[in-house]
Each structure stands twice: as structure tokens, then as C-alpha cells.
Design a protein around this ligand. Structure first.
Ligand SMILES: Cc1cc2nc3c(=O)[nH]c(=O)nc-3n(C[C@H](O)[C@H](O)[C@H](O)COP(=O)(O)O)c2cc1C
Length: 309
């Protein structure tokens, strides 16, 4: 339940049957404009799956796991069964306590560099789950990516369908999911009363303001992390989701904050241009900025009874 998910859709459902748990994608919560192939939806479920594995390891429970167990139903993403002679990865247990502390932090970070040792630990966390992790801290590269992000903001906010979809997940009537207005990083709207924010997003092309806000956040963040995979299919997305959460929890333990700047990956033509980044020769899946931030509030969650049966 505490995993990150795009637009805080929480697109997962858990079916518990004795000592077995099945994780299903809840495609009713899909974002058809920004995520037409459910790539980010599956990534979000992968993050939830990683939390489940970390929790089982914390409890000392060994398990057998089958990914995509049903060829007939692509919504069934994973089946876990607790078995005494199963898999128990002791390295995951220490990450458990970070699950409740992890939060997406869209505020500015301090410019204090992230040390090479910590970068290496973040890289290893992602690689352990099968994703490539590219650390980008050179100023020139960060600036080039900042330009791609600003360009993507302009493309996305120019599209009324994108704005409508985003607005519906920032809606003030949402209590258990979606994003509070300020958490979307909409600094241009900071002085607008919350119920009006969704209206403003839906109605106006705020691309210029978003681009400027994101450009300054990006250039002020000491480290970018790109998670990438050799192939671009559902199993790869599930792996990236697990890698994402492992990286994020590792960052929490290192005292670091993270937030997302996925826009250039969500716009097809810009995803290709991102590939020109040195060291990046596989498909970019997620772009994070990492640094030291000040505490921010948690976003809402759906009640347990609605995500588990
Ligand atoms: C696959 C994925 C993509 C995301 N993309 C963005 C993004 O582009 N911009 C952003 O501000 N947050 C992004 N997020 C963060 C979510 O909005 C955030 O996880 C959600 O609102 C829940 O908040 P929390 O992470 O603080 O628990 C993304 C999260 C996931 C898992």
C-alpha cells in the first residue's frame, strides 16, 4: 500500500489465500493519456511487490515466487507462496523500516553532492533487481537533460487530454488516492486555493511555468538517476518497479530524498533523445533526481480492505 505509483493511482490488488498472495494489476486505475501501455502502472505494481518481498524477509519468511503465472490473464503479475525451503534474501530485511519513511519529495534539494560510494550503493540496489542504473552528476549532462524535461513539459501541458487526466488525479474531492495540489510540484500555482488548482490545470496550458520550475529544480539537484532495461515489455517493467523501490529505500537509509522527472520518457520522441546520454544504451524507464531535502508530508492511501481480498 505504501509503494509509490504514478499519479498516486495505487493500481494494485492483493488476493490472499492461506499462505499464498497473488498480486494483480488494477487496470481500472490506468492513466490512458500519460501511460497508454500501462508501463508505469506495471512499474508501480513492481514497487509494491518489492515492499512485499522486503516485509516477508523482515519477518524471516521464505517464499517461492512466480512472475506472470497465468498466460491467460496478463493482470496477474506475481504469485508468492510462503514455503519453509523457499527464497529468503536477508539483504532485503534492513530495507523494511524505510518503507514507511519513503516519500516523493518534490521540493528543492541542497546542492551537496552524493558521494561516489553512495552512488555505487544506489546502482547496486537497482542492478540487483535487473535494471541498469545510470548515475548522472556532471553539470553539462544535467543541463542537457533539464532542457529535455522542459521540452517535455511544454509538449504534455499543450495537450488538453494530458491536462484533464492530471487534473482528475489532483482533484480536491480525492481523499484516498491522487495527489494534493502542491505535491505535483506546481509552484506556479502555489497561491491558488486547492479546489481551483485542478480547474487551472484542466483549463490552461501551464507548460511554460512548469518547464521553468522543473528546469530550476533539475539544475539544482546534485544527482540524476536513470533506470533502464534492455527490453521494453511487461516483465522488464515489473523488474524496474522492484528496482525503483529498492533504490528508493536504499536512498532513504542514506538520508537522501528522491522525486521523478519522467516527462522525457513519457514523450516518445524525447525518450529517443534521452538515449544520447553517455552511459545510457538501454531503454530509459524512469528518471529520478536525488539529493538531500527537507521533510515533506505523506500522500493519502486507499484503505487495506479495498486493495486486498
Ligand atoms: C512509475 C512512477 C512514475 C512517477 N512519475 C512521476 C512524475 O513524473 N512526476 C512526479 O512528480 N511524480 C511521479 N511519481 C511519484 C508519484 O506521484 C508518487 O509516488 C505518488 O503520488 C505517491 O506519493 P509518495 O511517493 O509520496 O508515496 C511517479 C511514481 C511512479 C511509481
Amino acid at each position: 500500500m505504501l509503494a509509490p505509483s504514478s499519479h498516486n493511482t495505487q493500481p494494485w490488488h492483493f488476493i490472499v489465500d492461506g499462505d499464498a498472495i497473488t498480486l494483480c494489476a488494477d487496470r481500472l486505475r490506468a492513466l490512458s493519456v500519460v501511460d497508454p501501455f500501462d508501463r508505469e502502472l506495471i512499474i508501480s505494481c513492481g514497487a509494491a511487490l518489492f515492499n512485499l518481498r522486503a516485509a516477508l524477509s523482515h519477518l524471516g519468511l521464505a517464499y517461492a515466487i512466480t512472475l506472470f503465472p497465468s498466460s491467460a490473464d496478463p493482470d496477474v503479475l506475481a504469485h508468492l507462496k510462503i514455503v519453509p525451503d523457499g527464497h529468503c534474501d536477508a539483504t532485503l530485511a534492513p530495507l523494511f523500516e524505510a518503507i514507511a519513511r519513503r516519500v516523493t519529495n518534490r521540493a528543492a534539494f541542497s546542492s551537496e553532492p552524493v558521494s561516489p560510494d553512495v552512488q555505487q550503493r544506489l546502482r547496486e540496489a537497482g542492478m540487483a533487481e535487473g535494471a541498469d542504473v545510470i548515475c548522472i552528476d556532471a553539470v553539462g549532462e544535467r543541463e542537457r537533460i533539464a532542457e529535455l524535461i522542459a521540452e517535455a513539459d511544454l509538449v504534455q501541458f499543450h495537450d488538453p487530454r494530458f491536462r484533464r487526466e492530471l487534473a482528475s488525479w489532483i482533484h480536491s474531492s480525492r481523499r484516498e488516492d491522487g495527489m494534493p495540489a502542491l505535491s505535483a510540484g506546481l509552484h506556479v500555482l502555489q497561491d491558488v486555493a486547492a479546489p481551483l488548482v485542478a480547474l487551472a490545470i484542466r483549463t490552461f496550458d501551464l507548460g511554460d511555468g512548469m518547464a521553468a520550475t522543473h528546469r530550476s529544480l533539475v539544475t539544482g539537484s546534485p544527482l540524476f538517476l536513470c533506470l533502464a532495461t534492455g527490453v521494453d515489455d511487461a516483465p522488464a517493467w515489473l523488474a524496474v518497479g522492484q528496482a525503483l523501490e529498492r533504490v528508493l529505500l536504499t536512498a532513504v537509509i542514506e538520508g537522501l530524498s528522491a522525486s521523478y522527472l519522467n516527462q522525457p520518457i513519457e514523450v516518445d520522441t524525447l525518450r529517443d533523445r534521452l538515449l544520447a546520454t553517455p552511459g545510457l544504451d538501454t531503454m530509459p524507464q524512469l528518471l529520478l533526481r536525488i539529493g538531500r531535502g527537507t521533510p515533506v508530508e505523506h500522500s493519502p492511501r486507499r484503505p487495506l480492505a479495498t486493495v486486498m481480498s
